[in-house]
Write a protein that binds this ligand. Structure first.
Ligand code: HEC
Ligand code: HEC
Ligand code: HEC
Ligand code: HEC
Ligand code: HEC
Ligand code: HEC
Length: 417
């Protein structure tokens, strides 16, 4: 009876604990989403942008949540009512009014975003090779802790049971059969050994498989070259610099002289403020100066520039497949008509490139299983007449299409030397 009671209590408190932490997380997540959607255009937490940095704003407003909510709903009302803090901040920001949100956001949503601002802390940047490990490691750590806690609970219950039995035996005056202690009991030992084997094996294999994988890798480059500025804001085609992707195996990194096509005349940066991954300001003009140094280019004497003086920039390579794998860009970009962004993520929105996928074999093979071959107006596929005819006379289900797998895209020798 008592054992059941204890078990019930433990179970119940676990559930309550878990659900409490879950619901907390949900609103924090909501607040973050709202912030990114409605506020991030003008506010950063730790830096002034169009509007002031918001870290610690709650304290600056004397922890008056009601007033803060009123501000976000419509700051003009507070200013009109003569609120001192509101007027001060309005004047300090050159009377630039903040957009009202009363029709856009519900009170609960404003509170969620204010909670998010209140709880926000600067992130500790991760720069090393193993950037990808954090989230999966955190998960396995959590799992480990939960497993340990459950094991402990089981052990406690076991001892409670034993002592209760002893008590009841004493009360009933039964002389108990001498029990075998836990650590000598063969079935317990066997159970522990199996558990150890399974858990240990799991961790060993997962970490072995992930060796050498660098998802999320974002090294510091010799020049802060922003893809967002070039391929995003200024809409320069990827192939202008990575033309190799259309022609052959490698996409290639452009030489200094390709950069100088534009940067002989673009010598200053006047776009939006840039930040590196540590959140520090980057001076774009100074970065262009670095480029000029590599190129051996002197702004004051531009006509005398000789492209042969250029030294190459030692960019840090980010993507790298093992030597035993064959990967060809043009096969994917031209024949397969796969977008760069499908494999590399939204590079045109990243300042510094980071590795978007894990480049694992599973990633390649899964895409080959799912992606349909683009037969239409694709001269490369005349050899697959057979499929065309089967599609026509209905032998093949045209709604399913023909995947890369069907034309041999999962055969080992296609990807391995
Ligand atoms: C269009 C730009 C813009 C957007 C979008 C915007 N703000 Fe503002 N915000 C400002 C400006 C500018 C100020 C400075 C006060 C002023 O000039 O009215 C400000 C001030 C504030 C302040 C007071 C800061 C202080 O230091 O006391 C808070 C709080 C605030 N904003 C919250 C938000 C929240 C929350 C959102 C999103 C729901 C948001 N803002 C969206 C421009 C904006
Ligand atoms: C003006 C030239 C330029 C344009 C345009 C450009 N890139 Fe790049 N790209 C570079 C340079 C320089 C590097 C090497 C430095 C770095 O990694 O940031 C690079 C690196 C990369 C890398 C990582 C290479 C590695 O080391 O593994 C990828 C992936 C990439 N670019 C994809 C793209 C895509 C996709 C686009 C179009 C959306 C694009 N690039 C547009 C110049 C350019
Ligand atoms: C097709 C023209 C073009 C080419 C090629 C080009 N750039 Fe740029 N670059 C620009 C433009 C446009 C800007 C933005 C200027 C502004 O906004 O004031 C810019 C800005 C920059 C900046 C300052 C912003 C930032 O990204 O940090 C740097 C540094 C830079 N370029 C480096 C390079 C390098 C290195 C290469 C060669 C890999 C290159 N650029 C190739 C057009 C080009
Ligand atoms: C099917 C997936 C896929 C597509 C589509 C793709 N890439 Fe790649 N990209 C890769 C892989 C995988 C690597 C690593 C290759 C290696 O290490 O040999 C890579 C490497 C690169 C590199 C590093 C230098 C190199 O050639 O190894 C650049 C730059 C690059 N890609 C740019 C592009 C651009 C630009 C496009 C679009 C025109 C593109 N990629 C389309 C998968 C893809
Ligand atoms: C986003 C989807 C996608 C990913 C990811 C992808 N591929 Fe492909 N792959 C394709 C498509 C589409 C084709 C069809 C082009 C063709 O028929 O040649 C293809 C074709 C190929 C072929 C030629 C197959 C044949 O039968 O001729 C090879 C080899 C190949 N991929 C290797 C790789 C490797 C290695 C990787 C991982 C590093 C990879 N692919 C990742 C979509 C993908
Ligand atoms: C679509 C491309 C593709 C095909 C098809 C393919 N592989 Fe791979 N394989 C890869 C890539 C990419 C890697 C590198 C994975 C990594 O570094 O994690 C790899 C790695 C491996 C490894 C090294 C172990 C590892 O995880 O690094 C072995 C062994 C292997 N493949 C065997 C095979 C066999 C056997 C087949 C046929 C059944 C096959 N592969 C088919 C792309 C492919």
């Amino acid at each position: 009876m008592i054992i059941r009671q204890i078990a019930k209590t433990i179970l119940l408190s676990t559930i309550i604990l878990l659900s409490a932490s879950y619901s907390n997380k949900a609103t924090a997540q909501e607040g973050k989403t709202i912030f990114n959607t409605y506020c991030a255009a003008c506010h950063k937490m730790d830096k002034d942008l169009t509007g002031p940095a918001l870290m610690g704003v709650e304290e600056r407003w004397g922890n008056d949540r009601e007033k803060l909510v009123a501000w976000v709903k419509n700051s003009a009302n507070l200013i009109a009512a003569g609120d001192k803090h509101a007027t001060d901040i309005f004047n300090k920001w050159n009377k630039l009014p903040m957009a009202p949100f009363e029709t856009v956001l519900k009170d609960a949503e404003i509170n969620a975003v204010l909670d998010y601002i209140k709880d926000w802390k600067p992130e500790v940047p991760i720069v090393d090779n193993n950037a990808n490990q954090t989230s999966s490691d955190k998960n396995s750590l959590l799992l480990g802790i939960i497993t340990l806690a459950l094991a402990l609970a089981a052990l406690i219950l076991l001892f409670v049971k034993r002592s209760l039995k002893k008590l009841s035996n004493e009360a009933l005056d039964v002389t108990p059969v001498k029990a075998i202690p836990v650590w000598k009991n063969k079935s317990y030992i066997a159970l522990a050994a199996i558990l150890l084997f399974v858990v240990g094996g799991y961790f060993t294999t997962t970490s072995a498989i992930e060796l050498g994988r660098n998802k999320g890798y974002e090294p510091i480059q010799p020049i802060f070259y922003s893809h967002k500025v070039h391929a995003g804001v200024n809409q320069i085609n990827c192939l202008y610099c990575h033309g190799g992707a259309e022609k052959g195996k490698h996409a290639n990194i452009p030489s200094v002289n390709v950069c100088m096509n534009c940067h002989k005349s673009i010598t200053e940066y006047s776009g939006e403020q840039l930040y590196n991954i540590d959140g520090e300001k980057v001076d774009g003009t100074a970065e262009i100066k670095k480029l000029h140094e590599y190129a051996g280019f002197d702004i004051n004497n531009a006509n005398a520039w000789n492209p042969n003086d250029a030294k190459s920039i030692e960019w840090v390579q980010i993507h790298s497949l093992p030597d035993h794998v064959y990967f060809n860009h043009s096969q994917h970009v031209v024949v397969g008509k796969v977008e760069c962004q499908t494999c590399h993520g939204e590079i045109n929105k990243m300042d510094e490139v980071k590795q978007f996928t894990d480049l694992s074999m599973g990633w390649c093979v899964n895409c080959h299983r799912e992606t349909k071959v683009q037969f239409k107006e694709n001269g490369f596929y005349s050899i697959y007449e057979k499929y065309h005819n089967e599609l026509k006379n209905g032998k093949l289900d045209s709604t399913k299409g023909i995947t890369v797998e069907k034309i041999g895209g999962t055969e080992c020798q296609k990807c391995h030397y």
